[in-house]
Design a protein around this ligand. Structure first.
Ligand code: UD1
Ligand code: CA
Length: 455
């Protein structure tokens, strides 16, 4: 089967410089969702018709299995399909999808293509309470589809028809090419309508069959930011329902967003307003507090992530405690039973088993062993203005508060670093390290007093 995805339109009502089909739904372009669904049908040929913002659209979805056809001027849906014809296998049927209709289930498309298996013309239709704006499906007394009439061309009587054209069709390609060549644009919009092919097919004695989706939202398109927001909510509600069905606790399924893939073990609990991006895996018994943003992360069994924690590109072991207000950046690897507390930033660093950094700390480009206690206000000075260097801290080190570790530097096992120390030379195992400082105390000191302003 050939699949053609129409994606050349301007999308004026989006009021945006970004081509419509590139607006993100669940973090990915609308068109990427359509391509995903198309791929599940294993098409032998997959063509995207581009026009408005062609280069940007091409750049966004280019892949070895995707071909592009250019529709330089948007002269209608029929004209758009025509541009793809030279790339299609004319011995196979062609399924036409829309780049701005992102939520169609593959099973629905399969039903349509199956029902149109014997070389007939298949149309995906749906019955709406409010069919305004859509092409209407006109049937004869026997129930056979006669034609599709666009709202702008419809009579008052035709406008009362509630069954509409979703736009998704499947047709025998060689005949489709002939029918498209015979289209005229003598209609209200001066366009070459793909919908007019139905009349050509019936006139040529072809059966026109129809199929319906399980849910109306499968056929909803995006023409405006309002519709985009509605589809986003439908997508997120379905994602939440799937997690609930799998046993995940969501404090509020309406305040939860997944923009990628989220895999959860047993007894995972997620509080409100969390956003999951990219590939996230949560082990059994993981608890996520409110307002966390978690991207591309693996979080081990029993770990607790408290409120307002931001995780990006991190691996976290079992029974760790993160946050509130922790920030893990790419390359953060936290072993089992680690604690990373408020206003602690970890980047490109390993924290060994049971290591704790609970307050106000920056750990970047570091290898930290097991059972290390990192006091408040500790900073790895990893950047010399030109290059990054590593800090290595061996097992069982005690790092006093307000310590600076000037990398590259190596602190041996069981070292104690006094509070307020700047460590810029390597320290051998079991040592105490401190900087020579003198505390000066002047007794009976009188503070300056604020002058009263003169008037
Ligand atoms: C079309 C159908 C209508 C159906 C509706 C469903 C026609 C004539 N009408 O109407 O029966 O109810 O979809 O949403 O087919 N496109 C191009 N090139 C063009 C014109 C459109 O690539 O020259 C693309 C658009 O980017 C869009 C899709 O085709 O993805 C539909 O175009 P649009 O103008 O929105 O068609 P409708 O008027 O909504
Ligand atoms: Ca439309």
């Amino acid at each position: 089967m050939n699949i053609v995805i129409l994606a050349a339109g301007t999308g004026k009502r989006m009021r945006s410089a970004l081509p419509k089909v590139l607006h993100p739904l669940a973090g990915r372009p609308l068109l990427a969702h359509v391509l995903d669904t198309a791929r599940t049908l294993n098409p032998s040929c997959l063509v995207v018709v581009i026009g408005h913002g062609a280069q940007a659209v091409r750049d966004a979805v280019a892949a070895p299995d995707v071909q592009f056809a250019i529709q330089a001027e948007q002269l209608g849906t029929g004209h758009a399909v025509q541009q793809a014809l030279p790339l299609l296998d004319h011995a196979q049927p062609t399924l036409v999808l829309y780049g701005d209709v992102p939520l169609t289930r593959a099973s629905t498309l399969k039903r349509l293509t199956d029902s149109a298996a014997e070389g007939c013309y298949g149309v995906l239709t749906v019955t709406l309470d409010d069919p305004a704006g859509y092409g209407r499906i006109v049937r004869d007394q026997t129930g056979s589809v006669v034609c599709i009439v666009e709202e702008k061309d419809a009579s008052a009587e035709q406008r009362r028809i509630a069954e509409i054209n979703t736009g998704i069709v499947v047709a025998p390609t060689a005949q489709l090419a002939m029918w498209l060549a015979s289209l005229k644009n003598d209609n209200a919009q001066g366009e070459f309508y793909l919908t007019d092919v139905v009349e050509r097919a019936t006139a040529a004695g072809f059966d026109v069959v129809s199929a319906q989706p399980d849910d109306v939202w499968e056929t909803l398109g995006v023409n405006s930011k309002q519709q985009l927001a509605e589809l986003e909510r439908i997508y997120q509600r379905r994602a939440a329902e799937a997690l609930l069905a799998a046993g995940v606790t969501l404090a509020d399924p309406a305040r939860f967003d997944v923009r990628g893939s989220l895999r959860c073990g047993a007894d995972v609990s997620i509080d409100v307003n969390c956003v999951f991006e990219g590939d996230v895996t949560l082990g059994d018994d993981v608890t996520i507090g409110p307002n966390c943003v978690i991207r591309d992360a693996v979080i081990g069994v029993g770990t607790r992530v408290d409120a307002f924690t931001h995780i990006d590109g991190a691996q976290i072991g079992t029974n760790a405690v993160l946050g509130p207000y922790a920030r893990l950046r790419p390359g953060a690897t936290l072993k089992d039973e680690t604690h990373v507390g408020n206003f602690v930033e970890v980047k490109n660093a390993v924290l060994g088993h049971g290591t704790k950094a609970n307050h106000l700390t920056y750990i970047g480009d570091a290898d930290i062993g097991a059972r290390v206690n990192i006091g408040a206000g500790t900073i790895t000075c990893n950047y010399d203005g030109a290059n990054k260097h590593r800090t290595v801290i061996d097992d069982d080190v005690f790092v006093g508060s307000d310590t600076q570790l000037v990398a590259p530097v190596h602190v041996g096992r069981n070292v104690t670093i006094a509070a307020g120390t700047t460590v810029w030379k390597d320290v051998e195992d079991h040592a105490l390290v401190l900087n020579g400082k003198t505390q000066i105390t002047k007794t009976g000191y009188v503070r300056p007093v604020k002058h009263k302003p003169k008037r």
